[in-house]
Design a binder for this molecule. Structure first.
Ligand code: NDP
Length: 440
């Protein structure tokens, strides 16, 4: 029997046993997970400031992912019900059609130094000419600031500039952009070190040459247009047939929903939020900075000048095939930050088979496309509330105090009620307890 058969219906202990049997976990790790010791206090105390404890979140796995012909078990940390179920369902339909195809087109980080007092376009042109003529010196300054990344085969790659003339509301800004190959790291700290070194060099030069320019700030940018991954899948419309709904009808409507998210910003924000449900969950599980990924991807959604839905679904009526594609920025790392420190993040990388940063980018983007696909499929057909109902009822049961041996029965009873709310849930729990104690 497959270890994934009805995985979601198993007890937590049984799920861990199955992962041990499937050699995804060893006994020691399974016991560690079962004992809920995922982040020891002494580690937490070193990770942040004024620590008074740790804050638990559910750590689950999404199933059925096949990316570039390789199977993956996806670690996800998320408190929102339905996300893992939807990702697994989306991936299951995609898998039936050959899985996801994904590639990384570039993996470079960008940082910037803002300069003040460059008042005219002429001054900006002269400064650009000087910077271009001294590009190698400036890149050497950056290399010397963080030589170890150069030894790893990475380091500063290029410098470019941009000038924003003064407007009624803003001062003039001259910007120097630095591009760095950060290899396996997201690279915020190495980037900031290099930028500050260039910043000092520039200020020294301006001072020595009596130039009025000065730097305002130097920092990594989270708008990572040189760190891009693309994932796609083609799904036969038949796969989408469900009960009385024809697959062609559903596929056409998914394509229309995708167009709607390119048109209406109100929808685009929600479309992308649904996709980020999955992306954030794996980004968090793998110890990456989810705020950086959120900032990066939402900024990338404005690349045309209008905030838009990032996935694109098109329907080929002749061949009855639905094609989905997603290109997003994905500045994650496999080293650095909390990745090597948080024991659960280390476990997440182990569950994924220790992918390198480029492969991890393809995995995370595939989770995003699966999540969006599952959400759109439900939205354009039965609506999302049907699928959410059971999980909503379960959350309500827990909220009103149902204990672990009561949750399933109270959830079942709640689903038979005309309305789901706390009042009903309290009553159902009370009735269940009364009946239960009478029967005993
Ligand atoms: P670290 O500062 O932990 O740096 C990663 C280090 O890993 C490198 O400096 C390098 O050090 C080492 N390393 C080991 N193996 C490799 C490898 N194969 N490739 C590359 N580096 C390797 O993390 P980051 O610089 O990646 O920064 C991420 C952190 O910065 C996150 O915690 C994030 O929250 C935070 N941050 C984010 C900001 C933002 O998004 N705007 C701003 C500031 C901070 P060495 O070569 O010396 O061994």
């Amino acid at each position: 029997m497959s270890i994934w058969k009805q995985f979601y219906k198993q007890s937590l202990t049984e799920r861990l046993n199955r992962l041990v049997n499937g050699r995804y976990l060893n006994e020691k790790t399974a016991t560690w997970l079962a004992n809920n010791q995922s982040l020891p206090l002494e580690i937490a105390d070193h990770m942040s400031e004024n620590v008074i404890g740790t804050y638990g979140l559910p750590f689950g796995v999404a199933l059925n992912f096949m990316i570039n012909q390789k199977d993956y078990l996806i670690p996800m940390v998320i408190e929102e019900p339905s996300v893992i179920a939807a990702a697994s369902y989306g991936a299951k339909l995609v898998r039936k059609n050959g899985g996801f195809t994904a590639h990384v087109s570039k993996r470079l980080m960008t940082g910037e130094i803002a300069l003040l007092n460059v008042q005219t376009q002429n001054e900006a042109n002269e400064l650009t000419t000087w910077i271009n003529a001294h590009k190698n010196d400036l890149l050497d300054v950056a290399r010397s600031a963080h030589p170890s990344i150069v030894k790893r085969g990475g380091g500063p790659i290029d410098i470019r500039t941009h000038y924003y003339p003064q407007t009624e509301q803003t001062a003039a800004f001259f910007v120097l952009y630095l591009t760095v190959d950060t290899k396996e790291a997201m690279g915020a700290n190495m980037m900031n070190t290099m930028l500050e070194a260039i910043d000092h060099y520039l200020n020294h030069y301006f001072h020595e040459h009596n130039l009025p320019y000065e730097t305002l700030l130097a920092i990594l940018s989270n708008y990572t247009t040189d760190c891009l991954v693309t994932v796609s899948t083609t799904i036969s419309a038949d796969t989408l047939t469900k009960q009385h709904l024809s697959g062609q009808w559903v596929a056409k409507r998914i394509a229309l929903a995708s167009q709607f998210a390119k048109t209406d910003t109100y929808r685009a924000a929600t479309h992308n939020k649904g996709m980020m449900n999955g992306i954030d969950a794996i980004v968090l599980a793998t110890g990456n900075d989810w705020r950086a990924i959120e900032a990066s991807i939402h900024a990338y959604a404005t690349k045309t000048g209008q905030y838009q839905g990032l996935t694109t679904w098109t329907y080929d009526e002749t061949n009855q095939r639905l094609h989905g594609e997603l290109t997003i920025s994905m500045p994650i790392g496999t080293v650095g930050g909390s990745i090597g420190i948080h024991p659960s993040a280390k476990l997440a990388h182990q569950l994924l088979g220790h992918p390198d940063a480029k492969t991890l980018m393809t995995i995370i983007a595939s989770v995003g496309l699966a999540q969006n696909f599952a959400a759109l499929r439900a939205l354009v057909s039965e609506g999302i509330q049907t699928g959410h109902m059971r999980l909503q009822a379960k959350s309500l049961a827990i909220q009103v105090g149902a204990q672990s041996d009561e949750v399933e029965s109270v959830t079942e009873k709640l689903l038979q009620q005309p309305q789901l709310n706390q009042e009903t849930a309290k009553q159902v729990l009370l009735n269940w307890r009364n009946n239960h104690s009478t029967h005993n």
